[in-house]
Design a protein around this ligand. Sequence first.
Ligand code: GDP
Length: 458
Amino acid sequence: MAFYEPDTIFSLATPNGTGAIGVIRISGKHAIEIVSSIFKGKTLTVPTKQQVFFGSIYYESEIIDEVILTVFRAPHSFTKEDTVEISCHNSRYIVHRILELLQRQTLYARLAKPGEFTQRAFLNGRFDLAQAEAIADLIASDTKASHHSALNQMRGGFSKDIQLLRQKLIEFAALLELELDFGEEDVEFADRNDLKKLIDEIQQTLLPLIQSFQLGNSLKDGIPTVIAGKPNVGKSTLLNTLLNEERAIVSDIPGTTRDLIEDEIILEGIKFRIVDTAGLRETKDTIEAIGVERTQQKMKKASIILYVFDATIISLIELKTYLLELDSLSIPYLLIGNKLDVLEIEKKVAIESIANVIWISASKKQHIDSLKQAMLQQVQATNFIAGNTIITNIRHYEHLHQTYEALKKVLDKINRHVTSDWLALDIRDALNHLGAITGEITNDDLLATIFSKFCIGK
Ligand code: GDP
């Protein structure tokens, strides 16, 4: 392996702007020396692990700021390199001056690229690639559920399982390769039944991970939820009621057109993304047929449908038709009977005899809590929140999927008694995909793409 010594790098690790404290991180061979040359205080000794120093940053005789230095001695730092963190007062001026000073020292140091600290931590074996990616997700997480899945992944999550299975598969691959060496002699070092068992075990591990991807995305981006129903049943009123109640944590995500506006509500840490309600509202103004078609398209993309009907005017026959239609979509739905405030009791009883209804009054805000509980229960019932590991990263998903497919081919070939060279080919393919997840097999381009998504200073 070619030996190269990475540059010493630095950058602001806290958000750019004013605030109580800003942290500037310097990592690399010259980190401690460079900071020593601009710092006056208690003599900066090199600690065995970590040590904190109080003093000031100077430019010649001019004092720039009073700071706290935390000095980390390799390998006891995030990057496993010598690292210094300067905690200064977070004024743009001070930060700018300190960064400039670091750049100007005789010993070479440069500004870090986005994600470069994390990349070094990965390259120096602090964690594997999947864990490094989880750090980016952790920083981006904004709900309890997305935080939980990122944290789980960062702590090792499925990496350990993948590495273990990969190891076992490597042993088989080695035996198969040995068979190849014996060429024509028709020997089998790798027991085909044992190999089948191992593949089965690996597939059992992979399948729930692969299936969790949709859930993972939902937790990260919000569970796609559609409020559907005929015009004038109270959909917009319900949406507003739901949003108003959650005003503090609601955000609008403006899209390119009005059609793409999405609203989010967070209930007990689970984000629901109410999809394209603007589009649905439009059905009032467009030709009925187009409106219906659009609504149906939207409904098909949903993970949960909140189907609203106006209980005061619906007929039982009409309701039965809707139920059949909803059942045919195979998407979990909640049937919501609106306008409870003006509903006659006989009608309510009649409807209840044919359907399981959540009764609300959207305009009078009655039973909205029961609706929210039902939404959460629906999420739990459809296994959205299992205690299990959840895949949120599309790169991981694709490699897991490819591994699964390669192993399927191996199984098929064993059953057809195909020769070892062909088996070895697919096993190698599976090994490469497994290795790519945790970064045992990687390349510079891939790393650059992954780490460039991090913010500077991370
Ligand atoms: P959408 O077309 O389905 O979005 O329906 P809207 O939300 O625009 O509501 C249609 C009409 O029903 C409006 O006049 C609302 O004020 C009224 N409405 C909505 N919810 C209720 C309710 O719970 N009770 C009563 N009495 N009227 C409601």
